[in-house]
Design a protein around this ligand. Structure first.
Ligand SMILES: [Mg+2]
Length: 410
């Protein structure tokens, strides 16, 4: 049968449909390194709104525009038909939703729709998907707690500072933390960079002992050849995982590195859709999947990716350095996904983080473990007044050049 095109204004409400989407707004909150983009879906039911997050650093205005474009498809629709609406957002208006801007906008709206569904049924999102699969979730932090300078700007020739920040993470209650102990390198370099990374990880391991989990993020800066050298050098330290050792486009490079070391390789934060994860998993490019729920189509696509990862017995550790709605989403996901191992968290990026969102989950500050949210949906109450105190500002421009002046990766 030929597909028919039905103009939006001619579409009749579904029989029995009471709830309708009346608006989709973005609220931008400048949080130093990033502008948090919160997505608010409003309905014709008094008080029934959904919250999502679509933060995409350095592309804030693009995402805000993409959410506005997508909202044209959704106004008047039933917010509880999440999969149907997701299909519309992904497939309609000709272009599929796999580019990072559109997939992030879709994700922000999708999370907000699931928040509404949870509120309609009076249960947290994870109870919509079969109920909690664990009692608690462990958080890990970045060195410095998300303070830009500590995490990104601690030089790798200062191993002592890595050790000091590692001890601080322990003092803050964390049993796992992530560092950027691998410096930017040209596609091929000599021994110095590898030895510097080795010294930093060695200092951190000496500082915290064997019971603490250390992660190293390469930010996809090394070439596959350099990524392999770093991975081999750091393998004896028993890292919890070694992240983005080369560009995500280089599936063969990721697979070669993953096969060469016993340290689990983690990647996936820059992939935006199911088929990209299929290719990554089939190549055996990682043992830890870092899907980002705010970039890969929200819970709807994220749950498909998780199911596929299960088929390969690949662990889930979602990427989550953004704002507090993203963290609430990652935790709802984690309480519903058996293969979820740990939640990335940021707690010291801005001092007013807690003013913006009141969360439903509870963190034990002694162990930095989380018990599940019991409020409906994502369990977040968003303070729009607090957001308005921090309007959009251009993100700090981050540019990296090699010592010969050629362009590098951040
Ligand atoms: Mg990363």
């Amino acid at each position: 049968m030929m597909a028919r095109t039905v103009p939006l204004e001619k579409r009749q409400p579904q029989p029995g449909q009471l709830v309708k989407i009346t608006g989709i707004e973005t609220l931008v909150c400048h949080a130093r390194m990033r502008n948090w983009v919160f997505v608010k879906v409003t309905t014709n039911q008094p008080g029934l709104v959904g919250w999502g997050e679509a933060t995409l650093e350095w592309h804030t205005r693009s995402v805000v525009g993409a959410v506005a474009d997508l909202s044209e498809l959704l106004i008047g629709e039933d917010p509880a038909r999440v999969e149907y609406l997701w299909q519309m957002m992904w497939r309609q208006h000709f272009w599929h939703g796999n580019g990072i801007v559109r997939s992030t906008a879709i994700a922000g709206i999708d999370l907000a729709l699931w928040d509404i569904v949870g509120k309609v049924h009076g249960v947290p999102c994870h109870k919509l998907w079969g109920g909690p699969v664990r009692d608690s979730i462990r958080l890990y932090c970045h060195l410095g707690g998300g303070k830009l300078e500590s995490f990104y700007e601690t030089p790798v020739d200062n191993a002592q500072q890595f050790a000091d920040l590692a001890r601080q993470a322990l003092d803050d209650g964390f049993s796992a933390f992530k560092s950027m102990a691998v410096p930017p390198t040209m596609p091929i370099e000599g021994l110095r960079a590898v030895k510097a990374a080795d010294a930093c990880v060695s200092a951190m391991r000496d500082a915290v002992g064997d019971d603490i989990d250390i992660m190293v993020d390469c930010h996809a800066r090394p070439s596959p050849a350099m990524g392999l050298q770093f991975a081999r050098a750091l393998d004896p330290y028993g890292l919890y995982f070694f992240e983005e050792p080369c560009w995500p486009e280089s599936l063969e490079g990721l697979a070669a590195i993953n096969a060469a070391v016993s340290t689990p390789i983690a990647t996936g934060e820059r992939l935006t859709h199911l088929a990209a994860f299929r290719d990554l998993f089939a190549a055996r490019g990682c043992d830890v999947c870092q899907l980002d729920l705010t970039h890969c189509g929200g819970f709807t696509e994220g749950r498909r990716i998780a199911a596929l990862a299960d088929a390969y017995r690949i662990a889930l550790a979602p990427h989550n350095p953004q704002g507090p709605v993203s963290t609430a989403a990652s935790l709802e996901f984690g309480f519903s996904q058996p293969s979820y191992i740990i939640c990335e968290s940021v707690h010291q990026d801005v001092p007013w983080r807690q003013e913006v969102v009141d969360e439903g989950y509870v963190i034990d500050p002694r162990t930095r473990t989380v018990t599940a949210n019991t409020r409906p949906g994502l369990g977040v109450t968003v303070n729009e007044e607090a957001i308005r105190k921090h309007p959009f500002e251009q993100e700090v421009v981050q540019r990296v050049f090699y010592r010969d002046g050629a362009v590098g990766d951040w």
